[in-house]
Write a new protein. Structure first.
Length: 278
């Protein structure tokens, strides 16, 4: 990847020709007026990738915030996800998501979890292919998939997913998966990127942050970008929302990236995709 070009534009190029902003805004576990305000503040701060999902139960609020903000639809990069209980009726789930968001297409639609039933997983992907062709969404991807599950999609459907969204932060980096994705031009999106502020008291990270006049959270978010991935931090605090996106005026040194790499503990914070079925 030509990193200098992409940092200048603050986007990554996807294998299907579309572009994705290098940072997104997460929307898990926020509702009502708080959620509308958070998305509106994010858009005001410069976020253009809004990450959503049917299971978050707040897509009406996300859509309302986007409408209140105004501007052309094509300037917003909107991603949503298909929940495992909807794998048997993917089209109806997609239509419901678009209705709640108030849009006539999505930029990206992901299969949210692989689940333990390969037949259902493959059937869900199969249902989505013609919906992509109809223009209901542009890019088809997955979330929480393992390399063998993505390889199986290639075997059955002749294509790799364009995106794989996964848990990723300094203490749980899943490098085997991200290395596989890079080798097959699958863009990685990182959820829980700062692990809910878990690294704020790390002395070495504080030193790096002070060097650049940044917070520890900003340093960690920048680390994701140095790896060519897309962090999607979430917050309902206006100042924190602004702070999280203010990471494009500095770069980490190779030594600093390697230090953060060394923080790996293998400790997952979220659900385990090997057993989780929604």
């Amino acid at each position: 990847m030509e990193k200098t070009e992409k940092i200048e534009k603050n986007v990554w190029k996807l294998q299907d020709g579309y572009e994705i902003p290098q940072i997104g805004f997460g929307n898990y576990n926020s509702f009502g007026e708080e959620e509308i305000n958070a998305v509106h503040w994010a858009l005001e701060a410069g976020y253009r990738y809004i990450d959503s999902a049917s299971c978050y139960k707040n897509e009406v609020e996300v859509g309302e915030a986007i409408r209140q903000f105004g501007g052309p639809r094509e300037e917003i990069f909107l991603l949503s996800k298909l929940w495992p209980t909807d794998y048997e009726h993917a089209e109806a789930a997609l239509m419901k998501t678009m209705k709640e968001l108030g849009v006539d297409y999505l930029d990206v639609y992901l299969i949210h979890w692989p689940g333990t039933d390969e037949t259902k997983r493959l059937h869900a992907y199969e249902q989505l292919l013609p919906l992509r062709e109809k223009g209901y969404f542009r890019t088809l991807g997955v979330s929480n998939f393992q390399p063998d599950q993505m390889e199986r999609l290639k075997e059955v459907f002749g294509e790799y997913p364009v995106i794989n969204q996964m848990e990723c932060h300094p203490s749980f980096q899943q490098r085997e998966i991200s290395d596989y994705c890079k080798a097959h031009e699958i863009q990685v999106i990182d959820y829980r990127p700062i692990n809910r502020g878990a690294y704020a008291q790390d002395v070495k990270l504080q030193e790096i942050a002070a060097k650049y006049g940044k917070s520890v959270q900003q340093v960690v978010l920048r680390w994701h970008i140095e790896h060519g991935q897309v962090p999607i931090p979430k917050s309902a605090n206006q100042e924190r929302i602004r702070e999280n996106i203010n990471i494009f005026d500095f770069s980490l040194t190779e030594e600093e990236v390697h230090f953060i790499d060394s923080m790996e503990t293998g400790q997952r914070a979220g659900s385990d995709p090997f057993s989780y079925n929604g």
